[in-house]
Design a protein around this ligand. Structure first.
Ligand SMILES: [Zn+2]
Length: 495
């Protein structure tokens, strides 16, 4: 029996002093404040996976003293009262963290740009833009922002692999087990995008059409005449009308409400969704208003909200009060590191700041839903990810139960509080106090983070030293000091 306790500094020091990594004691002796006790499988040959005992965040609410069975194939098996699950599966290993930890589905970050999310914000970033085309293309006389180098994974390029791995570990450390958007690595965090080329099925575990812009790469120019009172502009029809089996998750209305082009994009998109022919989400939607939320709610369109990126670029974000009031489904996402949050926990903080500034109540369980099941729904993948239920994939985060509210324990966890993160039942992050045998592979400690990384570095031929060398110029794993600001009260600045 192995007892672990990360909050008790004295015990932690003793553990380190003894250089054992774990403290050994009888389960009956587990002291107050211990997080977990580990019992290996009784009969290895008949092992049936791992039961995690904890307070569990379920779709219907939090439940204490639950058992969650992670099957050997990476899916979730039994979920129920701990004693009943243990009785049903006597040969499973057990990580009993009841009273000490909270088990949650990993966050589903429904909108990222993994190929670019290694880069810091530009020093000239300020919220002076009215429409996305201004910072992308420099239209309307605005200063364009430099587009970071696009990083794509190649088997034989350890430097790029290291930077992409740092991006994925950063998100994992921030609680996300899934990120949607083009790019990333095979086999670490769960990536979602459309399969376009051979090799994509290995990198993208599931599909959603996260095409960036649904109408045009130069909407302001295309709509200039229409916005000056001329005839309505006709965009070409969508290029892939045969993809209705997957969710459509494009950027729409990425500009201030005062931007005619942004408003026109929203209006066009909300006509399209009325076909009800597929799952639709609307990313950013800074220019959306109360009437739009009513349409979105009626036609089941999820608003994918990235408040930090919106505020950093445009000085405003969605009308949160109206959106919440309307009941439209909202999913949180980070956008990208050049203007957005470095991880989902930082996005949650920004969302809370916007809510506080605008007098909107966003309780912890609602924010948690926005970060888990709503993200999966936006991607049309709620039957696989974002919830703890039998048959779904075992994408889980286990955090110390700090404070009263179990949802807040997950939303506010620091990396010291993160005990484990599983994707497909493989533990990629593991607290130093948990046995390495639980890990997806050899566990290594990195300078910038508390939990060890298991199996991920060796997969790309990296050691902690080569990894550190290759990522020294990239956004760090666990330092958000150079992240774009989240200032809901900032006044828009005209350059
Ligand atoms: Zn984006």
């Amino acid at each position: 029996m192995i007892i672990v306790n990360k909050n008790n500094k004295l015990l932690k020091a003793l553990i380190l002093l003894l250089n054992t990594g774990v403290a050994i004691a009888d389960t009956q002796d587990r002291t107050d404040g211990s997080h977990c006790a580990y019992t290996p499988a009784a009969h290895t040959a008949e092992a049936t996976g791992l039961i995690v005992g904890a307070e569990v965040l379920l779709a219907q609410g939090s439940r204490a003293d639950q058992g969650v069975h992670i099957r050997f194939n990476g899916s979730l098996g039994l979920v129920g009262e701990f004693d009943a699950v243990r009785e049903a599966l006597p040969n499973a290993a057990v990580l009993d963290c009841r009273g000490g930890a909270v088990l949650s589905p990993g966050f589903v970050n429904a909108h990222e740009h993994p190929a670019y999310s290694h880069a810091f914000p530009d020093p000239n970033l300020n919220p002076g833009y009215v429409h996305r085309d201004e910072w992308r293309l420099g239209v309307n006389g605005k200063r364009p922002l430099p587009i970071p180098e696009r990083l794509d994974y190649e088997d034989d390029d350890p430097k790029t692999a290291a930077k992409l791995l740092a991006m994925e570990l950063r998100h994992l450390l921030g609680g996300a087990t899934t990120i949607a958007g083009p790019g990333g690595l095979p086999g670490v965090i769960r990536n979602i995008d459309r399969h376009r080329r051979p090799g994509d099925p290995e990198r993208y575990d599931a599909e959603a059409d996260v095409e960036v812009f649904p109408f045009s790469f130069r909407a302001v120019e295309d709509l200039r005449t229409e916005c000056a009172g001329g005839p309505a502009f006709q965009f070409p029809p969508p290029s892939d009308p045969d993809l209705a089996f997957m969710a459509y998750v494009p950027h729409v209305g990425e500009g201030r409400k005062a931007s005619c082009a942004a408003r026109a994009e929203v209006a066009r998109y909300l006509k399209r969704v009325q076909r009800r022919d597929r799952r639709y989400a609307l990313v950013h939607g800074v220019a959306t208003d109360r009437a739009d939320y009513a349409v979105m709610r009626e036609f089941d369109v999820t608003l994918v909200w990235s408040p930090r990126s919106n505020l950093a670029l445009y000085g405003e974000t969605v009308d949160l009060a109206s959106a919440v009031d309307s009941g439209v489904r909202i999913a949180l996402s980070t956008d990208w590191s050049p203007s957005g949050s470095f991880n989902m926990r930082e996005e949650l903080k920004c969302a809370r700041r916007v809510a506080a500034t605008t007098g909107v109540a966003l309780p912890a369980d609602r924010l948690w839903r926005m970060s888990t099941v709503n993200g999966a729904y936006a991607l049309g993948l709620e039957d696989r990810y974002g919830t703890i239920a039998p048959g779904l994939r075992a994408d889980l985060i286990l955090t110390a139960h700090v404070g009263e509210d179990p949802h807040n324990a997950v939303l506010n966890a620091t990396d010291d509080d993160l005990l484990a993160a599983w994707i497909d039942g493989q533990a990629l992050l593991l607290s130093e106090a948990l046995p390495e045998s639980l890990g997806a592979g050899p566990c290594v400690a990195l300078d910038d983070m508390a939990p060890r990384v298991c199996g991920a570095l060796s997969r790309f031929g990296l050691s902690p030293a080569t990894f550190a060398k290759h990522v020294k110029d990239a956004v760090p794993l666990n330092d958000v000091s150079r992240q774009a600001p989240c200032n809901p009260q900032v006044e828009a600045v005209e350059p």
